[in-house]
Design a protein around this ligand. Structure first.
Ligand code: XMP
Length: 514
């Protein structure tokens, strides 16, 4: 039985990964492709359905992102969302123009007609709108199935052709019945079965890895984070002793983390992997000397990382494959998957530099979202403490120190972060906050300690709640806990005389502080 798939065509909108997530939550596999992907490629994938996402353009504008009319003639159900809906109408002969009233936020939508898309949906339902243009008249063959006070076409369908257009965003949770609408599309209109599960992912991946690797030697970049740990255990199950895991301690890990990783994956841990720890702290600090531009730091750390592996690989002898724990949001954010702008370079994504002597990279988690990686981890029998570990970026503290990285600054941020984490856990908040850490700002200011004037660094505490890491809200930590953390940091960490709490959400901020 072949794996059923929904294809999401990306027109550059901000919620596009959410669309893919919602579909996968319905246990249907789904992938995101740029709108530039040619129609033959899409046809070959034989998708059960196609979803066109939102996007920033006006579909009637010059150079607007567009699609081939033939996409609507494949006999495959198509659902257009926001820009995708407008584009469908525009391409098929409807009229889209600037709306007299821009709709933004939660809007009451009236459902006008029976439609499979709105099966079991209330007649009046709250939906998330965000548009400047609107569909003034639908294309021939279409029927209006919903409207709002300011928008004559909130949804339309051409039932026989299985073409559906929705002006609002069902993928955003503010659309109260959005998930139901998407599941109506994938189950009642696309006839999906919904059998994409983690146990089948694990089983299939192991088979695929064995086939690809054969008798080859595999080298795994293990960081101790969730992604690379799950990738390593998956590989260990697939190819056993053909796998060597190399753990590079780049000196940018959290306090004591290097030893903790060794305890779990080292010779005395439960996995009996071939495990090599490389203490490369000095090399990384040397390379980062005088560099304060964040993208440059990321690139340097990434390249040095690969070099260390290359050297280890040479020591081991010929190595055929390199494993990395890249996950789907890394792929999309790096501009390789869909259409979203490159926000930052994730050092673990992309092609191989020329000087690397591995034949190929294996990225077994490349198609998964974070929560799916965790599910796969549990399926593989990895302990919950490891699986539900805080996310930690590949470039580590290198991107939690604003400005130049030095050993001394690493010490400061490690100490402050350890105190912060300890107090959060003591207050019983560690499971309820999505991600929290301390970052060292590049600001020094005057303070007074005892009778002495100080001129030291300010540390910033960050804590966010997030479902998908694409957007995030600042977590509300009780003031008493923050005060305690502040007192301890200033008393215990030499070089820090000020503690700030970062209130910024994402957007406009990012989760990391670099
Ligand atoms: P941002 O800062 O982009 O972070 O809002 C979103 C999530 O991604 C993590 N992150 C990274 N993870 N390599 C990684 O493996 C990276 O280069 C990287 N940069 C950010 C970040 O910790 C947060 O969970």
């Amino acid at each position: 039985m072949s794996r059923e798939k929904i294809v999401v065509i990306d027109f550059g909108g901000q919620y596009n990964q959410l669309v893919a997530r919602r579909i996968r939550e319905c246990k249907v596999y789904c992938e995101i492709y740029s709108y530039k992907t040619d129609i033959e490629t899409i046809k070959k994938m034989n998708p059960k359905g196609i979803i066109l996402t939102g996007g920033p353009d006006s579909c009637y504008g010059e150079n607007a992102a567009t699609c081939n009319q033939a996409l609507f003639e494949l006999g495959i159900p198509v659902l257009g969302l926001c820009y995708g809906a407008q584009l469908m109408m525009h391409v098929l002969g409807g009229h889209v123009c600037k709306a007299p009233v821009r709709e933004y936020g939660k809007i009451l939508v009236d459902i006008d007609k029976n439609s499979m898309l709105f099966n079991n949906i209330s007649e009046k339902t709250i939906c998330w709108m965000s548009h400047n243009d609107y569909i003034e008249t639908v294309a021939p063959g279409f029927q209006i199935i919903a409207h709002t006070a300011d928008c004559p076409v909130a949804a339309a369908q051409w039932e026989e052709k299985k073409l559906y257009a929705i002006q609002f965003h069902p993928e955003v949770l503010h659309t109260t019945e959005g998930t139901k609408m998407l599941s109506n599309f994938i189950f009642h209109i696309c006839d999906c079965r919904g059998d994409w599960k983690m146990d089948s992912f694990v089983e299939n991946s192991i088979k695929e890895i064995r086939k690809k690797v054969g008798k080859g030697k595999v080298l795994c970049a293990l960081s101790g984070g969730v992604d690379s740990s799950v990738a390593a255990v998956l590989l260990a199950k697939a190819v056993g002793s053909q796998l060597t895991c190399v753990f590079v301690d780049h000196g940018l890990l959290r306090k004591n983390e290097g030893d903790e990783v060794e305890e779990v994956f080292g010779p005395h841990g439960p996995y009996s992997l071939n495990f090599i720890r490389v203490n490369a702290q000095k090399r990384f600090y040397e390379k980062l000397k005088g560099i304060d531009e964040p993208e440059q730091k990321r690139k340097i750390i990434g390249e040095e990382f690969i070099r260390v592996f290359e050297e280890e690989a040479k020591k081991i002898g010929a190595v055929d494959f390199l494993v990395q724990g890249t996950i789907y949001p890394d792929v999309v954010e790096s501009g390789l998957g869909g259409e979203s702008a490159v926000i930052k370079s994730h050092h673990n994504v992309g092609g191989l530099p020329d000087y690397v002597n591995f034949e190929e990279i294996i990225e077994p988690l490349r198609d998964l979202f974070k929560d799916e990686v965790r599910k796969a981890g549990l399926e593989l029998g990895i302990p919950e403490t490891l699986v539900y570990r805080q996310p930690f970026p590949g470039p580590g503290l290198g991107i939690r120190i604003v400005g130049e990285v030095t050993a001394e600054k690493v010490r400061m941020v490690q100490e402050a972060d350890a105190i912060y984490r300890e107090e959060i856990a003591k207050a019983g908040l560690d499971k309820s906050i999505g991600q929290y850490f301390a970052a060292l700002t590049n600001m020094r200011s005057v303070g007074v300690m005892g009778d002495e004037r100080t001129y030291d660094y300010a540390v910033a505490l960050r804590a966010v709640n997030t479902i998908d890491f694409m957007t995030a809200e600042t977590a509300e930590i009780p003031f008493s806990v923050l005060t305690k953390v502040m007192n301890r940091i200033i008393n215990e960490v030499k070089g820090i005389n000020r503690v700030l709490y970062d209130l910024t959400s994402k957007p406009p901020g990012t989760i990391e502080f670099e």
